[in-house]
Design a protein around this ligand. Structure first.
Ligand SMILES: Cc1ncc(C[n+]2csc(CCOP(=O)(O)OP(=O)(O)O)c2C)c(N)n1
Length: 618
């Protein structure tokens, strides 16, 4: 964004994505420290902030670290921001809960970017519930302007009530662009550090007092939530009303035109008085929200408290099904279809969840040619999977990154993927379990370099300590490729692209106590094959590091290759690499799309008849 943004003067409009707007809001609020671990759809928040010279920004090694860095900055007087994708906040949940107790000093804003519909995530998770369980105020913007304004306000709320503020975005908001009015940066004076162990040290004896204090802060925040302009009514007519938040509010506005709508920009603490005022005269309320029935649960609890009889129609709770889809991303169309179907009493028919999911998938199935996701041409991960997949008696646990695609055909060399870091720990668990059964199977964990620093390293320490014999492959492409090439502790650069120490994976692994460490160049097929065989044969814990930079990042392109059609024997070996640049001709022989080929040479090295050569070098 910043190129656009920097040219735009204060007071003018800029077209910003939700993420850019959050970054801009933080900058205008005088934020001094920003820490994050990348993760779609949140990555651009700190990526954008890192371009502002006034803001210290870092890619932390993982989300727990990022939140603790931000909390440390806040309690010592600098406004600070944390950002992650929804699952990232699970990693940071430990400090999150305690931060509500300690409070902050300067404002601390915790941004969670949820991913309804799982555009690029392993689950759907509604992080508004973190506000409820960690006892934090929650702001939910509906467009880019609100994203900026609410971020600014969040810093103020955080300071006024001495508590971190949770700001929830979703993919649609994070990545859609809309006009935003820009303002100047407010230079907030540094508050400095003040020693206060009874506040910042959560020993039970202090924490118990802070727990009471937290309840008082929440009660004050409930009053704020009842009076803030963030929760407002769009006037309408009739006895049917709507309550909505976030991007779902935009859909509700379209579908329920003319109805009164209560828009909750601050759904937690639940603005009970404002909601009751809104309910006056209403017989039925639709609750339109994305992912889980967060507002719906609170609303029903409120009705129960008041003994009020208003029909609530949302996603439905236990054993119920309402007019709002229970899962998947909403859209105007999807919401409308569901509401109409519900009104017609068709909840269990074709127009129920299943059919609407079919609707959502329609684009994949009928409007675009089917194209399964694949590792890029020249991907350094390919050769490892190609060889690993040939071991039939080996269990391969995986992890999250570009390399998760190694699980798909034709490579099919990964059997599990649960969360970041789980490859090594689960491999260890599988090995121990099978040992109990008397089976000594080789279990191989495959993990990327960024994921290894994030949470693989602790699993490896655990495996060494607990006498594991697992094998670990670290796919070191020297960047966090999956989320768009962010730096990490092994790249030698910071988030601001300043030079820094480059942590040496091989030395690190050896320092942990791994005795067998093999390093290979994954573009060298023979070396990779031998390295994998040696690792698998080894009677003990062994680590293989496949080291070569991501070709997309370094813009590797050695020139395309071609297949000599006369020599090709249609054996299909090169095709089994799963390279998008290689395809099968009608006669079964191979051909290479020279626009895609980057000349990694893997296919040429495995061709049994030497039929593949660089173009112009037959
Ligand atoms: C807890 C959590 N944080 C962030 C993410 C997003 N994410 C998934 S994998 C990954 C890192 C991938 O980098 P690396 O391990 O180096 O593999 P590469 O994509 O480069 O092959 C990130 C940031 C996530 N899925 N879960």
């Amino acid at each position: 964004m910043s190129e656009v943004l920097e040219k735009v003067e204060t007071g003018k409009l800029a077209i910003l994505s939700g993420n850019e707007a959050i970054a801009r809001g933080a900058w205008e609020a005088g934020v001094k420290v920003a820490a994050a671990y990348p993760g779609t759809p949140s990555t651009e928040i700190v990526e954008t902030l890192s371009k502002y010279p006034e803001v210290y920004s870092e890619w932390s090694v993982n989300e727990k670290v990022a939140l603790e860095v931000a909390l440390g900055a806040a309690i010592s007087g600098s406004r600070a921001l944390y950002a992650s994708k929804h699952v990232g906040l699970n990693v940071a949940a430990d400090p999150l809960f305690s931060a509500a107790y300690t409070g902050v000093r300067a404002g601390l804003v915790v941004v969670t970017a949820d991913d309804p519909g799982m555009h690029s995530s392993q689950n759907e998770q509604d992080n508004r519930f973190y506000a409820l369980s960690a006892k934090l105020p929650l702001l939910v913007p509906s467009d880019s302007q609100e994203a900026k304004d609410m971020t600014k306000l969040a810093f103020k709320i955080s300071e006024d009530y001495d508590i971190p503020v949770l700001l929830r975005s979703t993919t649609r908001l994070s990545h859609s662009k809309a006009p935003v009015t820009l303002e100047d940066r407010e230079e907030v004076p540094h508050k400095g550090y003040e020693k206060n162990p009874s506040k910042y040290l959560v020993l039970p004896m202090y924490a118990r007092k802070r727990r009471v204090d937290l309840e008082e802060r929440l009660e004050a925040l409930r009053k704020f939530s009842n009076s803030t302009h963030l929760n407002y009514v769009l006037e309408g007519e009739g006895e049917i009303g709507v309550i909505a938040d976030g991007v779902a509010f935009q859909y509700a506005k379209e579908v329920f035109q003319g109805y009164p709508i209560l828009k909750l920009g601050m759904p937690y603490p639940f603005p009970d008085e404002k909601v009751l005022e809104f309910l006056r005269g209403l017989k039925r309320v639709y609750v339109v929200e994305e992912t889980d029935p967060f507002i719906e649960i609170l609303l029903r609890a409120l009705l129960q408290r008041e003994g009020l009889k208003v029909e609530v129609l949302g996603k439905g709770l236990i054993g119920e099904r309402g007019p709002v889809p229970k899962y998947g991303e909403l859209s105007v169309e999807r919401l409308r279809t569901h509401v109409i179907a519900y009104e017609k009493g068709e909840t269990s028919s074709e127009s129920s969840e299943t059919s609407s999911l079919k609707h959502a998938l329609k684009y994949d199935i009928s409007e675009l040619p089917a194209r399964p996701p694949m590792l890029c041409p020249g991907c350094t991960h390919r050769s490892v999977f190609w060889y690993l997949g040939k071991y039939k008696n080996v269990i391969i646990t995986g992890d999250i990154g570009c390399y998760t695609l190694g699980a798909l055909p034709p490579l099919k060399a990964m059997e599990t993927c649960v969360d970041m870091g789980a490859s090594i720990t689960m491999a260890h668990g599988i090995e121990k379990s099978l040992k109990e059964k008397g089976e000594n199977k080789v279990v191989v964990a495959v993990i990327g370099d960024s994921t290894f620093y994030h949470s693989g390293v602790t699993g490896l320490i655990n495996a060494v300590y607990n006498k594991s014999k697992i094998k670990v492959v670290i796919l070191d492409n020297s960047i966090t490729a999956m989320t768009g090439h962010q730096e990490h502790p092994g790249t030698g650069l910071t988030a601001k692209k300043e030079e820094t120490v480059k942590i040496d994976l091989e030395k690190l692994v050896k320092a942990i106590g791994v005795e067998k460490v093999i390093v290979v160049d994954p573009y060298n097929m023979e070396e990779t094959k031998r390295g994998i065989a040696e690792m698998i044969r080894y009677d003990g814990l062994a680590v293989l590091i496949a080291k070569r930079p991501c070709p997309l990042y370094i813009k590797f392109n050695e020139g395309a290759y071609q297949v000599d059609n006369d020599k090709c024997i249609a054996c299909g070996l090169c095709i089994s690499l799963g390279c998008p640049a290689i395809y099968k001709l009608e006669d079964g022989k191979a051909a290479i799309n020279e626009l895609l080929c980057v000349g990694c040479d893997m296919c040429a090295q495995i061709c049994p008849v030497d039929a593949i050569h660089p173009i112009g070098r037959e």
